[in-house]
Design a binder for this molecule. Sequence first.
Ligand code: S6P
Ligand code: ZN
Length: 192
Amino acid sequence: MLDKGPYSTKIQGVNGLYPYKVKVERYLKDLREYFLDRQKVEEMLSKGENPLIYVVYEIDREGEGEFNVGCTIIYPGKIGDEYYFTKGHFHAKEPTSEVYVGISGKGVILMQDRDGRTFVEEISQGTIVYIPPGLAHRSINTGKNELVFLAIYPSEAGHDYETIMKTGFAKLVIERDGKPILIDNPNYGRYL
Ligand code: S6P
Ligand code: ZN
């Protein structure tokens, strides 16, 4: 029923969606190239510390005009001063947009265009964040609890993870004096 025709699903808070089709778990090991303090990441991994950073429950569809619906849960935590985040991606099909709806927790949606121009929107319960075509997007949990949000996007959007993996985001969200701040990423574009 989730593959074809109408369906309904329920938001389960920190347990995502039920029913769902796909569950993806991202651990620190999957994000080892992404955090600023790579030395810290390698130290943790070598000690067998491999925390779960985020989970996505998704109902994906195939075919023209369809939407994918996904629920992301980012756990609270930091690597050094840098809050836990999602990998971040451009959509492979650039002229596709996306809508996020905040369910619980608090965080930041960081967006950037191909020239590294940055846009930031805060998200918490009830916030609707619109991500227009052509912007890479990463979600960052700046709170003390899980950040949970819903994503709705065209099923033909696809994901280009490689660009962000290679260049990083131009800005980073870190904690300073107990508060989130945006700083320049000293490693931005390192592989360009
Ligand atoms: C999909 C949408 C979200 C993310 C999810 C995880 O287009 O933006 O469902 O997939 O938040 O982030 P990422 O960067 O690992 O896909
Ligand atoms: Zn997306």
